[in-house]
Ligand binder design. Structure first.
Ligand SMILES: [Zn+2]
Length: 111
């Protein structure tokens, strides 16, 4: 009987972890493949690639649960923090509850 993927303890979310999406069992191999392919930060700004090798991290370009190599990119710590900060701000903004009531006219205003 084939082993079910969720039976692998490495697929589970670490307890107390901030991580909300489990990594695949071969995450280390995927990370190494992205490191070998990209070699330095791939962040681009005004047509210039960062190319820093400072604390390199693997970033998910699309959905955090899509771990395909094409959807992973190497970023330096600074640029990874920048993009994840922008994404969490956008997520917080998307979750905001719109005003339920229309703004009331100030009672002291003359008609
Ligand atoms: Zn960078």
């Amino acid at each position: 009987m084939p082993r079910r993927i969720q039976d692998n303890p490495r697929d589970r979310i670490e307890s107390g972890s901030w991580r909300t999406v489990a990594r695949p069992v071969d995450w280390d191999a995927r990370r190494e493949a992205v490191l070998a392919r990209d070699r330095s930060c791939r962040w681009q700004e005004a047509g210039i690639t960062c190319e820093s090798t400072d604390r390199l991290e693997v970033h998910h370009k699309g959905d955090a649960s899509d771990h395909s190599i094409e959807m992973l990119v190497l970023l330096c710590h600074r640029h990874h923090a920048k993009i994840t900060g922008q994404q969490s701000a956008a997520a917080r903004q998307a979750k905001r509850i719109p005003r339920q009531r229309p703004a009331e006219r100030h009672p002291g205003l003359l008609p």
